[in-house]
Design a protein around this ligand. Structure first.
Ligand code: NI
Length: 230
């Protein structure tokens, strides 16, 4: 299931990010890829600790934190430190791959923790008009879909899916990406919960609080209790 999250970053956030990225110390993206992905990964990334990466990932995490849609769709337990990447020039594509299932995250206060990559998230930092190509293409059991969103918007897709970024043939594509370990590991169960939640929201908007809406909210929470790991 692909889910679009509009306006994770404000226009001000995007402008700040773009200013920070203008003089950022980009490095080869293959440095952080696993052995299979390394053979198809041709992009650039920011070093984790640089000022631009630090500032942008704080904005991204704050934006996700504000988003009720993100919470409902991802049911986040742990979020891997967001990275920032660029596709342009020679380093302009990332061929078909599946992300590593487990990432080791360095914690701010020292130490590490594992993050299982149940859900992938790309936050677009510039507009589709700025570049040609650079489409995120995701293949799962529902087929293959291409995604290019306005700056500040994000897309969630299952970590289990084969995906790629097609070559950027003009301009540059700037994005932040991250993984979420969900409280609900199964994409299918997460989707059922998300559908139920979204329909309950619409039902309440139309009918107000009704006995049925109250009871179905109970069903939502009882399913979450049955399926969630915390
Ligand atoms: Ni990937």
């Amino acid at each position: 299931m692909l889910i679009t999250l509009p306006d994770i970053l404000s226009a001000d956030d995007v402008a700040t990010a773009r200013r920070l990225l203008a003089n950022a110390p980009w490095e080869d993206g293959a440095l952080s890829a696993g052995p299979q992905a390394r053979t198809v990964k041709h992009n650039q990334q920011l070093p984790h600790g640089c000022d631009a990466a630090t500032a942008i990932r704080q904005m991204v995490l704050a934006g996700l934190n504000r988003s009720a849609l993100f919470f409902s769709a991802a049911l986040p337990l742990r979020i891997f430190t967001p990275r920032i990447n660029r596709y342009s020039g020679e380093a302009n594509t990332y061929g078909n791959h599946i992300d590593n299932a487990i990432r080791l995250k360095a914690l701010d206060g020292g130490g590490t923790e594992y993050v299982r990559t149940d859900v992938s998230c790309t936050v677009f930092l510039n507009d589709p008009d700025d570049y040609d190509g650079g489409e995120l293409t995701v293949s799962d059991t529902y087929g293959t879909r291409g995604v290019k969103l306005p700056a500040g918007h994000a897309v969630l897709y299952p970590g289990t899916s084969l995906h790629q970024v097609t070559p950027v043939t003009r301009g540059q594509r700037l994005a932040s990406f991250l993984w979420v370990q969900s409280m609900v590991r199964s994409d299918e169960q997460r989707r059922l919960l998300f559908d139920l939640d979204m329909n309950l929201l619409a039902l309440r908007q139309r009918e107000g609080e009704t006995t049925e809406a109250t009871n179905l909210t109970g069903t939502y929470h009882n399913l979450l209790r049955m399926w969630a790991e915390t």
